[in-house]
Design a binder for this molecule. Structure first.
Ligand code: PGA
Length: 261
């Protein structure tokens, strides 16, 4: 069955995390095939920062492909060794910036307050923040995971004016489903949380739809079922999109559910 997503574009993208040299990134772009991907799908790639500017100006880049960074600091400039600002990633060609991925929260101690500051800074620079939220297995075991995730959403937007909420995007990415040791969720597990978040985002958006993506063990096998979910506006993929052939396959599978316009 074809879904009517004509009013709701589908975002399908990947973060390469800490992978790929500049040459590897260029070669991925050369083989990325968007010709048969329907117009309602917005593809995006978040390369490592070292490859961002090269990809942004690559002669073979399809203009539909959005690019972004996986993180940036909230400060504008200054003595922040090792950090880059939102202004700098924008200058390098980013349109999106991922904020609050669970690996950043877990390995780099990023708090809800840090996330809120980064969201504020991103919007100030005209970047679209792709804000990641999601519970750990420990939180899920308490049964309070929906409250936990809803709270992360609220915190992330806490420094924004309600009229600005529509400039953000969210990805629900349960920690227990992410990465090599993650458990692939059932479609019902994903739907249960997405439905609740979609209601929350519906209220927060003040009439503007805030896109809600799903990420965590997405692959060519489950991508089709996931894009069919009523509350989903896209997929955010790690490992399964690090090979361009596999990302092409996922885009093709998802594309089959939409009108080919
Ligand atoms: P995965 O990662 O697809 O490799 O599980 C998802 C993510 O971290 O966004």
């Amino acid at each position: 069955m074809k879904i009517d997503h004509t009013r709701t574009p589908m975002w399908i993208g990947t973060s390469w995390k800490m992978n790929k040299t500049i040459v590897e990134a260029q070669s991925y772009l050369e083989s990325l095939d968007l010709a048969h991907v329907p117009a309602c799908i917005t593809p995006f790639v978040l390369p490592p920062l070292t490859a961002l500017a090269t990809l942004a100006t690559a002669p073979n880049r399809d203009g539909r492909l959005l690019l972004g960074a996986q993180n940036a600091h909230w400060g504008e400039e200054g003595a922040m060794t090792g950090e880059v600002s939102m202004r700098m990633i924008k200058d390098a060609g980013a349109q999106l910036v991922e904020i609050g991925h669970s690996e950043r929260r877990e390995f780099f101690g990023e708090s809800d307050q840090d996330v809120a500051r980064k969201v504020r800074a991103a919007v100030d620079q005209g970047l679209t923040p792709l804000i990641c939220v999601g519970e750990s297995q420990a939180v899920r075991s308490t049964g309070d995971h929906v409250t936990f995730v809803r709270n992360q959403v609220g915190q992330a937007l806490s420094l924004m004016d309600p009229t600005e909420h529509g400039q953000a995007m969210f990805a629900y990415e349960p920690r227990w489903a992410i990465g090599e040791f993650g458990r692939k969720p059932t479609i019902a597990e994903v739907a249960q949380v997405l439905d609740q978040l979609a209601l929350q985002l519906g209220d927060l958006g003040n009439g503007v739809q805030i896109p809600l993506l799903y990420g965590g063990s997405v692959d060519a096998e489950n991508a089709g079922e996931l894009v069919e979910l009523e509350s989903v506006n896209g997929l955010f993929i790690g490992r399964s999109a690090w090979s361009v052939d596999s990302f092409n396959q996922i885009l093709m599978r998802c594309g089959a559910f939409f009108p080919q316009t």
